[in-house]
Design a protein. Sequence first.
Length: 127
Amino acid sequence: MPFTVKRVYDQPEASDGYRVLVDRLWPRGVSKDRAELDEWAKEVAPSPALRTEWHHSADREATFDGFAARYRHELDGNPAAEALLALGRSKEPERVTLLFGARDEHANHALVLLDWLAEHGASVDPE
């Protein structure tokens, strides 16, 4: 099964398979029990500097492409991203669900990460 993405605030389901939180900071209002995580891969999240710059941008829609390009560059040199690729291979045929806390389901780092994984040979399900 492929990688997919889901908000950590959504109800966990058996079909999620192996659940990995890909945020650097723990999501507000979510207990560890409720999150039902298998892993917290905070090192694969955007760097603190990039995350801060993105969250403080006045026009986030206009700057998403720039954020995505910089995050992809970070992923290219990140051993945690390579480890996530390897995790996907080791979990086949089980689904690996990348969990994120962002409100915006269409412009967030988890989607950039999903695209990066696909570009590096992983099977993905963008749902």
